[in-house]
Design a protein around this ligand. Structure first.
Ligand code: DX5
Ligand code: ZN
Length: 216
């Protein structure tokens, strides 16, 4: 199934609940929440208490993207806050297998993210354990960056590997996705589409509807 996950990184943080309501009512299936620690990425955003408050305003899938070092430390906090999916970066985990097991034990979905330059071979042995792979199409840390084209090849390769192994995982793409490249991204094999600035700049509800048109 193809789903849109608007990234609230590009929303107005002073009106987060309203912004989430807009994209929720326009039909977005997920809400993407970027958690940054100022160490794994050069930026700081929000923590679990904010997610807990946002949980009251939407029943959509809360898709929490942890861009933090050693994310194991925060898994319980985000589960208690109401996260439905917790995605960790392979590059940020000393013991990726253990972290994935930890997330699954909490009863939520587990995602593993790869920076643009990280090869998919890094996660070969954990593919059976996760529900989603997030392929970063920009270097994480900021919204509004330009899409890195070679990441399309990674998606094609990953979809092929998953097919060969009979795995039906979701492939999420995150960074620089716009109405101009969405078709290429879908053709490559991504099915969970994160979009930040291209949703929240201008009329967010209308933008969601336009994205969803491409995803039928
Ligand atoms: C980047 C974040 C993305 C970001 C995407 O580090 O993980 O989720 O919000 O924003 P756009 O769509 O503007 O590139
Ligand atoms: Zn993200």
């Amino acid at each position: 199934m193809k789903c849109l996950s608007p990234s609230i990184l590009a929303a107005d943080y002073g009106r987060l609940a309203e912004e989430i309501k807009l994209v929720d009512e326009a039909g977005a299936q997920y809400i993407h929440i970027d958690v940054m620690d100022g160490a794994f990425v050069p930026n700081i955003t929000i923590g679990a208490p904010v997610v807990a408050d946002l949980r009251k305003y939407t029943d959509k899938i809360l898709d929490v993207h942890l861009m933090v070092e050693e994310p194991d430390r925060f898994v319980e906090d985000f589960v208690q806050a109401g996260a439905d999916i917790i995605t960790v970066h392979a590059e940020a985990c000393k013991h990726l297998d253990r972290t994935i097991v930890h997330i699954k034990e909490q009863g939520v979905l587990a995602g593993v993210a790869l920076n643009p330059a990280t090869p998919i071979s890094v996660i070969t042995h954990v593919l059976e354990m996760v529900d989603m792979v997030l392929v970063m199409s920009v270097n994480p840390g900021f919204g509004g960056q330009r899409f890195i084209p070679y990441t399309l090849d990674k998606i094609v390769d990953l979809r092929r590997v998953l097919g060969e192994r009979g795995l039906k995982l979701d492939i999420q793409i995150d960074g620089g996705v716009t109405l101009d490249n969405i078709d290429e991204v879908l053709d490559a094999g991504a099915n969970i589409i994160v979009a930040g600035s291209s949703v929240f700049s201008g009329d967010a509800a209308a933008n969601v509807e336009k994205f969803l048109e491409h995803m039928k």
